[in-house]
Ligand binder design. Structure first.
Ligand code: SF4
Length: 376
């Protein structure tokens, strides 16, 4: 995509949200005038399709990464399993590389579908290396993916930061399940936990735009809430005012589902810890009383993992493991289930990749997680 195209798109969209959001002016003045660099050779070679990964909420989830590494996000959450945000930006126009195109995702998916038994997949999930709504081709990509996996639901994991944009809400209308992040109900806690690139972003705007999106979609709206506490207790959403504000925000949104998580994978900041059970129990009590027990999904109580995926053929087990771990740190059993191979075979691949320094491991909450380690 040329710089000229980029500038044209920025002007075209300015009438929709340009006057409302300062970031637009900054983008037009800086990034767009510099033009867009092309995708690197490494990005072009990397598949946008990964997994299926075993998800505690969704079962066997085939992943679509519409961003590609390095990680690009509007947030830099203290608990992020992908580490620090490399490209920390407040809107799509600040991306310095072109959006991943529909054709790239379609051909990557066609290649995987030749080898994968789609009957052993429960859902197709848009997630990956950052915030997927940053890609403004998202709607077109979702439509193309839907054609290929018609019987499966399309889900998306998003941090909700761009829902104020009409184009983003339109893109999201293609999904059967939108899992929207909400970790705080007050600005101070929001900034401490999610660390938004746009310092002027308010959590109230996010809450209002989640409600607006919810009204305009046919699919299901779920809230994903990470319950956490830092070791020194300075950052928390399970105590005092931050907890009250968070609960009020959840109840205000009235989602069709609430998914409560704790940071069990290695977090970006080592001080982040899962809260003790006695902090979580009253939260479950209040939410189940007000929203209904059937609307609550709780990590540790509910778990849809444990069923293996069937592959007709593997292209390269090592490559598939690397592509998986670039998008999500996994323990050995996750790798084994994702690839439909036994634990010994999974372990031997992991050892080979460790010897080549392509992956590293870390213990978190008593479990060893493997993640990708960039050679640079
Ligand atoms: S957890 Fe999600 S929203 Fe937060 S920094 Fe990581 S990718 Fe971005």
């Amino acid at each position: 995509m040329s710089a000229r195209n980029g500038r044209t798109r920025a002007r075209d969209h300015a009438c929709v949200w340009g006057l409302k959001f300062k970031c637009m002016h900054a983008c037009t003045a800086t990034t767009w005038k510099r033009g867009l660099s092309a995708l690197t050779k490494e990005q072009t070679n990397l598949s946008t399709v990964y997994g299926p990964v075993p998800s505690w909420r969704l079962g066997r989830s085939l992943g679509i990464d519409v961003l590609l590494p390095p990680k690009k996000c509007t947030f830099n959450c203290i608990y992020c399993q992908l580490g620090k945000t490399n490209v920390h930006i407040s809107c799509p126009e600040m991306l310095s590389e072109p959006f991943v195109e529909v054709d790239k995702v379609a051909s990557d998916l066609d290649e995987v579908l030749k080898r994968l038994d789609l009957g052993s997949v429960d859902v197709v999930t848009f997630s990956g290396t950052g915030e997927p709504t940053l890609n403004l081709n998202l709607g077109k990509i979702a439509k193309e993916v839907k054609k290929r996996v018609a019987s499966l639901p399309l889900a998306i994991l998003t941090n909700s930061s761009l829902f104020h944009r009409r184009d983003v809400r339109k893109n999201l209308s293609w999904f059967d399940l939108i899992i929207a992040k909400l970790d705080a109900g007050d600005d101070e806690t929001f900034r401490l936990i999610n660390r938004p690139a746009d310092k002027k972003m308010h959590v109230e705007t996010i809450i209002d735009s989640i409600k607006k999106l919810k009204k305009g979609i046919k699919g299901t709206m779920a809230l994903e809430v990470m319950l956490l506490r830092s070791e020194d207790g300075q950052v928390t959403n399970v105590d005092g005012k931050p907890l009250r504000k968070l609960l009020d925000a959840i109840l205000d949104v009235k989602p069709e589902q609430v998914q409560l998580e704790v940071p069990y994978r290695p977090p970006s900041e080592g001080s982040v810890k899962p809260p003790p059970v006695e902090k979580i129990e009253p939260i479950l009590d209040e939410l189940s009383k007000t929203l209904g027990e059937d609307k609550l999904w709780v990590y540790g109580l509910h778990d849809k993992r444990g069923i293996s995926v069937n592959w007709l053929l593997h292209e390269s087990l090592e490559k598939e493991v690397v592509e998986l771990l670039r998008r999500r740190p996994c323990c050995l059993v996750d790798v084994s289930m994702s690839l439909g191979i036994n634990l010994n075979a999974a372990e031997s691949i992991i050892r080979r990749l460790e010897k080549r320094s392509l992956i590293v491991s870390q213990i978190s909450e008593g479990e060893r997680y493997y993640s990708y380690h960039s050679p640079q």
